[in-house]
Design a protein around this ligand. Structure first.
Ligand code: HEM
Length: 515
């Protein structure tokens, strides 16, 4: 081959690549929608955007391009809350996009798919059916004593370490301590055994840090899922892991889960089923395995118990942190919450933990409005929940969208919709929820997407609500709380979970202030 021929060949190859990328802008049939120019050719644009830890997709994108933004050659996201009904509404059951698979944990070199990560709708339907009753409102009320059993040592630990102490020693970072609480609640609920974050006041075995990185990875790798095969789910690394030559991918909590699982299997083999002992989630998952062995095997039991810790701990910690931050920073709000609590519950007479039934905490209208408003302004998941438009295409917000398009809604966007919530969408104003206009309240509720929607709606939302209402009410009943520096704003991470840094408080025990 002559030099000239070689040059022509390289030129043709380059031209083919350029044409291929250029075609991406048109072949999906969504070129009428606007978005960043580069995004119409390659998913690399959104990958980079997510990787650089930018709020995803920040509202400025919608402000620049309108109600629908083209985020990738084949990906659209919607701002109008109507899209929640059109994409995730009753009976839709649209399949998840490739975004979710990188979020699958690895256990001993094998994919350990969870309800969140699984791409298989049949598997999801069967497992979800087997789980729904364990997470229903009625069943969850039976877990209340299990949540109490972590709230009590948590508040006692705060009392012991920080209450009524001056100087730096008496202040603590709220998000850090709330993660200790929620991770211990979830491990107590799941295995009847806490990991020990509260007692040791540290991230035991690096589990919390691992989960943070794990969720962040799933988020940015999910924008361009093929990259995951080079990284976490790299077949070669998985092969090494199966042989025990590499362990970098396995969740540090998986060993803990496997030990608890093995203990239960041994106990059952030795003594049979103990029907009197308190039943935790692991018992429930094993019960599902006995009743539906065709759908729930040991692998599912392991995946489910890992997913309650991975999916269930951080978002609740973020929510509690957001509630306290906004209540403390909003003029008049803290006093109102405290006086509502005081009107419902007696003043604590000793350092003993005051039990706060969920139903009582939930019935306080102003506290409820504050929690709802914190969910609105600061949803823990800063994620576009992607679905694939089914065969035949679909109408979303009165626009035809072709089959196979990736479509999504992000709670950070719909929950700040001015048409629904008013011009002051960026202000924490619980009063917006305390109004007589039922139609308006219903419209606001329809725009809330904090727990997702449809057949993938958060499985653990009843547990999350119970632990959040109980903890916030109990904490504020027991202590006066103040910000270390009321002028200081927190900083917010946006890699999947909008975790907060730099929000510190001091606490004063109410009972001692009465002495
Ligand atoms: C404030 C706390 C929480 C928030 C904001 C939250 C939010 C969400 C959201 C938005 C989804 C839907 C994802 C999608 O459509 O792709 C989801 C799914 C899920 N959540 Fe939660 N969650 C919370 C707490 C919990 C807790 C405590 C648990 C466990 C007990 C849990 C377990 C799950 C599971 C297993 C899924 C997957 C469900 C499925 O795909 O069928 N979550 N969560």
């Amino acid at each position: 081959m002559t030099l000239l021929q070689l040059k022509s060949l390289v030129l043709y190859a380059l031209l083919a690549v350029v044409l291929r990328f250029a075609s991406f802008r048109y072949i999906y049939g969504i070129h009428k929608f606007k978005g960043p120019f580069l995004a119409s050719f390659t998913d690399f644009w959104r990958f980079l955007y997510a990787y650089r830890n930018k709020l995803f997709p920040s509202r400025h994108l919608h402000e620049e391009y309108g109600d629908v933004v083209r985020l990738g050659p084949n990906a659209l996201c919607f701002r109008d809350p109507q899209a929640i009904k059109d994409i995730y509404g009753a009976g839709k059951n649209w399949q998840k996009s490739g975004f979710y698979a990188p979020s699958a944990p690895v256990s001993r070199g094998q994919w350990a798919h969870t309800l969140f990560s699984s791409p298989d709708p049949t598997w999801h339907r069967n497992v979800r059916r087997a789980m729904n009753s364990f997470f229903s409102q009625t069943t969850v009320t039976t877990y209340e004593p299990l949540v109490e059993s972590t709230i009590e040592p948590f508040l006692a630990e705060l009392q012991r370490r920080f209450a009524d102490i001056d100087g730096d020693a008496g202040s603590f970072d709220v998000y850090t301590w709330m993660t200790y609480f929620t991770f211990d609640v979830m491990s107590d609920l799941t295995y009847s055994q806490r990991h020990g974050f509260i007692a040791r006041a540290e991230d035991v075995h690096g589990i919390i840090g691992w989960v943070e990185e794990f969720l962040a990875y799933g988020f940015w790798a999910g924008q361009m899922p093929w990259i995951d095969r080079l990284l976490r789910h790299n077949p070669f690394l998985m092969w090494l892991e199966r042989r025990g030559w590499y362990g970098g991918n396995t969740f540090p909590g998986a060993r803990f889960a496997l030990q608890r699982l093995a203990e239960r299997e041994r106990e059952e083999a030795a003594d049979g089923l103990d029907t009197k002992k308190r039943e935790d989630l692991l018992d429930k998952f094993r019960k599902a395995k006995r009743e539906r062995p065709e759908h729930i095997t040991l692998k599912e039991v392991l995946g489910l118990s890992l997913s309650t810790i991975i999916a269930g701990s951080e978002p609740s910690a973020v929510s509690i942190t957001a509630i306290l931050y906004h209540v403390l920073r909003t003029p008049g709000c803290y006093v109102k919450v405290q006086s509502e609590l005081a009107s419902r519950f007696p003043h604590p007479a000793s350092s003993q933990y005051p039990q706060t039934p969920f139903i009582a905490a939930r019935s306080l209208p102003y506290l409820h409005a504050c929690i709802q408003e914190a969910f609105r302004l600061h949803p823990p998941f800063a994620v576009n929940f992607e679905r694939l438009v089914p065969q035949g295409g679909a109408s979303i917000c009165n626009q035809y969208i072709p089959a196979g398009t990736i479509v999504s809604v992000n709670p950070w966007v719909t929950q700040r919709d001015k048409a629904t919530f008013g011009e002051d969408v960026d202000t924490f104003r619980p009063e917006r929820w305390v109004i007589q206009d039922e139609d308006k309240v219903r419209a606001m509720e329809r725009a809330m997407f904090v727990f997702g929607g449809g057949n993938h709606i958060c499985l653990g939302r009843n547990i999350a609500l119970m632990e959040i209402y109980k903890l916030v009410a109990s904490l504020l009943r027991m202590f006066e709380v103040e910000m270390v520096d009321p002028a200081k704003e927190w900083t917010v991470d946006t890699w999947a979970i909008s975790r907060q840094k730099g929000f510190e408080v001091r606490i004063k025990s109410k009972w001692s202030s009465k002495r």
